[in-house]
Design a binder for this molecule. Sequence first.
Ligand code: UN1
Length: 498
Amino acid sequence: MATVSLQTEKLANYINGEWVEVNESTSVINPATGEEVVQVPLSEADSVEQAVAAAKKAQKEWALVPAPQRAEVLYQVGYIMKERKERLSQLLTMENGKVIEEARGEVQEGIDMAFYMAGEGRRLFGQTTPAELKDKFAMSQRCPVGVVGIITPWNFPIAIATWKSFPAIVAGNAVVWKPATETPIMAYELAKIFEEAGLPKGIINVVFGKGSTVGDAMVHHDDIRVISFTGSNDTGRNIAGECGKQLKKVSLEMGGKNAVIVMDDADIDLAVEGILWSAFGTSGQRCTACSRVIVHEKVKETLEERLLASMEKLTIGNGLDESNKVGPIINKAGLDKIKSYIEIGKNEGAKLLAGGYEITDGEQRAGNYFAPTLFTDATADMRIAQEEIFGPVVSLIPVKSFEEAIEVNNGVTYGLSSSIFTGDVNRVFIAQRDLDTGIVYVNAGTTGAEIHLPFGGTKGTGNGHRDSGVQALDVFTEWKAVYVDYSGKLQRAQIDVE
Ligand code: UN1
């Protein structure tokens, strides 16, 4: 099994280019083994205060650096991440638990984002528009917002951080970043990479600590002009409420209840592969994870049989062992939540076909492992078919028609990702039009978004903004409309138009 060392026992905040220790700290636990990996600082609001002050000062100069030069730093970040990919991936597996192959995939998302956003340094396109008056020039340009706050989750601790920080930085902002307390190592490593890449001090500031203290201080700070948050629904709604009161711009991504639709004309073996990967990869702990399968009744039994046979082959264990395909659950609270949904599902009358229990023997004893779980004969209104479980639990919902499948897919409060397996080209186009989610897949599972496309969802998944893709720039920039009148006389818009 591969091992890398972190070379420190306690992490420090990164503020104004300095590593700043705070008194209190707590353990980061490897979910695969139950062992402590490192101590993470538990900062108070004063750390946020220092970080914002540093960011505010540094941002003024950063905004004056031409964007192609700001982008040079991101290219360097990308090169260093590429060089360090294996180290970062192993550390990611140690703090988060995801299997090493997936950890490499996540680090690759960050590398891709670095080069993609570095390219934006030479684009950051605005628009020129004809003015309604003679000898008058009109354009719209993107301007940095100032100091932005980003709050990132434990399930994609490096990828999501890059989706938010890279566009913010290339656009000329300074960042105050609160990473998840469960997974601070990726933040620590990324801050070191920024430092080595030559990012001026104060442009990225990392403050570790509990969301309620650090996050609250960020949300309520007058000098933080944008909050970009990925995480739980309850927290996101609270943040939205607080930001609303202050008229602070906020971008939210808060999960999904994503479904794979399997039609009667689907390639069933391909559908099984798609479900397996998107439901049980990352132990179901993705916002995009498949947790419902909407299946046409004609192929229900065949799908069940083949899915069960494939599930039996899934190897579960420490993600640093290359042969394991499913890793642990992040912590005991995550496990408890999953267990409670198993009881809910049984009480609601869904039929448990596989799994449904914590694995507590063998090498898995000390970690947090949950058996891949399949419910069948679920109905669309059951809680297991409506609420986000964030674990390796999938519920099969039989339907009688294509129209019903679409309706069931859309009948949840979330709207992140959806997928359809079908051989019918007309259904492909109808589905991509009618599936009410921000991401739609055809003949592929619900996970696997690429960084140069917008990531986010409809309805309760968010508030209309998108992470990654060029669209992420909309979160971190303000549009400025500029009019230059070179006629030499006062020309009144709307009035002096001939
Ligand atoms: C998440 O779970 O919040 O599309 C991010 C995917 C990954 C990102 C998931 N590229 O599944």
